[in-house]
Write a protein that binds this ligand. Sequence first.
Ligand code: C5J
Length: 220
Amino acid sequence: MNIEVQAAPSPFVFDASKVALVIIDMQRDFIEPGGFGESLGNDVTLLAGIVPTVVELLALARDGGWMVVHTRESHAPDLSDCPPAKRLRGAPEMRIGEPGPMGRILVRGEPGNAIIDALTPIAGELVIDKPGKGAFYATRLGEELATRGITHLIFAGVTTEVCVQTSMREANDRGYDCLLIEDATASYFPAFKEASLAMIRSQGGIVGWTAPFAALKREA
Ligand code: C5J
């Protein structure tokens, strides 16, 4: 069944049997007070503010029987998947693998690396641990989507201009039509979020489409 969403820069049309919801990095360390994100001086309420909308979006996807993908930005405990160029950024005590307020920073299995309780994946949903900002780099996501015949991706999560935008650009280059839900994504820097949304839908949708959750909910 085709669903047509009033999106920008034009309607986004998808077949519900060929769509996946991709929720990027809704992890405790980025979103919860007392986590790594806040320890860097960020206002995490900006990210926490989208949680109710992402919860509703996830419920809609589950009700519709869509494929659901959750990603986590994470590294192996021995950091073998973390290139020095990534590990050596920022203040030494705040680097990947160092002890953070919720366990070792961005290390798989640590408390802060978990997806927040409100969005805990359920059986049948795909969880992708990604060592990069993009969800396709060094992961099996491409193969998993191809196996299921997915052609369209609906994105949500954090942060808009980093892991969400990178993943959407990777997907766009791989031939997926991508819709970003405007009120289901956030940044610590609101101006960066707005710029990312504008960039994505510029020039006829050079990276993809954007729409508020209400526009999707009306049709799906
Ligand atoms: C994500 C980051 N998830 N901002 N990571 O966007 O470093």
